[in-house]
Design a protein around this ligand. Sequence first.
Ligand code: TRP
Length: 472
Amino acid sequence: MATQRGGFSSRLGFILAAAGSAVGLGNIWKFPFEVGQGGGAAFVMMYLFFCFVLCFPVMVAEIAIGRKTQLNPVGAFKALGYKNWAIVGYLGLASGVLILSFYNVVAAWAFGYFVEMLLGHFDIGSRFGEFTADWITVGSYSIIFMLGTAYVVSRGVSSGIEKAAKILMPTLFIMIVALIIYALTLPNAMEGIKFYLVPDFSKITGNVVYSALGQAFFSLSLGMGALITYGSYVSKNDNIVSSAASITLMDVGVATLAGLLIFPIVFFQANGDQEVLGGLLKGGEGLIFESLPAVFESLGSTLGVVIGALFFLLLSFAAFTSTISLLEVPTAYVVDQHKISRSKGTWLVAVFIFLVGIPSMLSAGAVDWLSNFITLEGAGDKSFMGFVALIASDTFLPLGGFLIAVFTAYVWKKENFNMEMANGDEEIRGSWLQSYVDIAIGYICPLLLGTIFIITVLDNFMGIKILEMVLG
Ligand code: TRP
């Protein structure tokens, strides 16, 4: 069985693949604009706090469930003897399919911008809306991106996923460091760093806490069994607690670095003009796509092309190791549960998800009714893509995480969880770290994740602004 499913060839291979899953658009595209909207360093502090205190234990639980059962999320709950809990696995599959369906579109934008930068089309920043509405171009890039993803996944765990991560992750790291060194030489860079690193705690509101928690969870690829799946390919002799710590550190590290890269650039561009600055920081989704190309242009045609292309290549690489993990989850499901060969399974799933993603692709300006898809009581106007993101990443993931924590602590039970944790790590037995993970999984995670799920539903779908009512 194990040989048939494949597995990671080394602990480092697993860590890099899982860190590759975690490091993605979430770190380099979403994190900086959330920091911008959340008031800077205060948001960063909350984010770091949640990554270590809340997310790290959930990550250990996911990896433990996967490694214990050596199965995909649906099979895992069944194999542990809890058939009804397989619903959590199905929820994870649904989340994975939905997230990949729109994530692949944003990845296609990143890749498209890489090509535009190579061609020296710096005005693409001011034509962001036009670009995303051009469904033939975006469609072509998203086919390319999905084909690349499916190719890697179809090659299997060690010669596909692990190999890609071993090449892409170090490259990504080198690119980001090189870009930061450059960004720090720009005028006004230090003001950007100050905004990013010196916290103003008066800026912490209920909403900041809430979005920092959601961001931490999404960024670490938790709540849908992606790490159950990757954990299922981990050797019984590996230390999963320290692996989870490394993965968390790498993800947090890259998000932190992304901020060091983006904020000097943003403050450089604003050039002391508070109004421009405010607009950029509150710019949300457009922060990277709309404002960066103009900055690259100001660097001159040669340097601008090099730095601009490098930046969007970096973004594409980060997205790529994440789309791989998102595709792997449903693929592992059809391979394990339906005995379909890996190569056939991968292509089937990839085509299906691509089709599911078509309305999202068309909802960024190409088709009117998809672009203005729905008006929600609390969340306001949403495009089809925005609506899918709201359901899958903002709603399903915390629910999935809540259920995984409750399952681990109270159904599978702490003793069994601790036994799996100690495989490959005898020293963890009875340590403070193990006690902490147990307490977090049993109390802190269910409480916080359950709360965030309820708030999301009340706030976005029903317009009950519970955070504002309670915290002001
Ligand atoms: N973590 C990735 C990012 O930050 C996205 C991602 C990949 C993901 N796989 C996931 C999110 C599984 C949740 C679950 O961009």
